[in-house]
Design a protein. Structure first.
Length: 241
């Protein structure tokens, strides 16, 4: 019998949405909305970098998601756009190019399904984005969003087990090269041995990788796509400003 967490994981996957895209499925609708609420910022950044100001970008992003959630746009998902990342970007490009008419724009909150876009937070984040093209920025921000989600989950697990203080000491070395990790200094902060500190960092990094894979799996349509997606995201993260 699946646990509550397992059931939630299974019903918030992109594969659930794709499987039920030709049907009226409450699980699919809920999964799609959850995914959209989680990954709206990379699209907002894309719209901003495409030349739109903050107010227009917020309106455009809100309207895009309202239409996506209410219209049956999923019927047109092509196999090559089966990953949620690819589907969203292609759909947004089509929306900006063909479907948006300013004279018919709806004011925020005037109807439809609204996502919790925080314009202040969005602009604060956008203000420090690297000077790259819109497509590159979208891919980079998508990858960083996945990493942040994985970090948040790991932090939550440490919090639940009463090890928040340990997490605060270890987190800065999560992605560092092994030769750069000051195990002795970390051991002193944790009041433990250097060997124990090494084990703690190894376990943290291993758990982070596991969760990161799980999160990627939520955004692809088939398990075999996870490895390719991980490589794609690594390239996106390697692009410098």
């Amino acid at each position: 019998m699946p646990t509550t967490a397992q059931r939630q994981f299974l019903t918030t996957r992109w594969s659930v949405v794709l499987t039920a895209r030709h049907e009226s499925s409450p699980d699919a609708a809920a999964a799609l909305e959850t995914l959209c609420r989680t990954y709206w910022y990379p699209l907002y950044a894309y719209v901003r970098r495409s030349g739109h100001g903050p107010d227009d970008a917020q309106d455009l992003t809100q309207e895009f998601f309202a239409r996506l959630l209410e219209k049956n746009w999923l019927r047109s998902v092509a196999p090559e756009h089966g990953r949620f990342r690819s589907f969203l970007l292609v759909a947004m490009k089509r929306f900006l190019a063909k479907e948006w008419r300013r004279e018919h724009a709806q004011k925020r909150g005037s109807g439809g399904t609204a996502l919790p876009l925080d314009p202040v937070d969005a602009e604060t984040r956008y203000g420090v984005e690297p000077a790259v093209g819109a497509d590159v920025l979208f891919e980079r921000r998508w990858a960083l969003t996945l990493l942040q989600r994985a970090l948040d989950r790991v932090e939550s697990e440490f919090e639940t087990t009463g090890k928040r203080a340990e997490f605060d000491v270890l987190k800065d070395w999560l992605t560092a090269d092994r030769g750069e990790i000051p195990y002795q200094a970390i051991a002193q902060k944790l009041a433990t041995s250097e060997g124990t500190a090494r084990v703690a960092i190894h376990r943290l990094r291993k758990r982070f990788r596991e969760i990161f894979r799980e999160i990627i799996a939520e955004t692809v349509s088939e398990p075999r796509e996870v490895e390719d997606e991980m490589r794609h995201l690594a390239v996106a993260l390697g692009r410098n400003a």
